[in-house]
Design a protein. Structure first.
Length: 79
């Protein structure tokens, strides 16, 4: 897929293409920083522990809060 814009135009928009065999990878390692919507780029969030069926309310709240922090840090949801 080619970039539909004129060759002389510069912008922060990039087109990434891939197919079902190779896909598209952004940031190649956990130490690489990434962000969305103008937020400050950050490294990959730490793993969040999987919860079993017997998780307590506190364990569920802790996991949900960790997910929210990770999403906010990347700029995927507002702070």
């Amino acid at each position: 897929m080619s970039n539909p814009g004129p060759a002389s135009t510069q912008s922060d928009n990039f087109l990434f293409t891939g197919d079902s065999t190779d896909g598209v990878q952004i940031a190649g390692a956990a130490a690489d920083k990434l962000a969305f919507h103008g937020s400050t780029p950050v490294i990959q969030a730490a793993a969040i522990t999987n919860l079993g069926n017997a998780a307590t309310g506190t364990e569920i709240a802790t996991a949900v809060n960790a997910i929210l922090v990770a999403l906010r840090n990347k700029g995927l949801i507002a702070t």
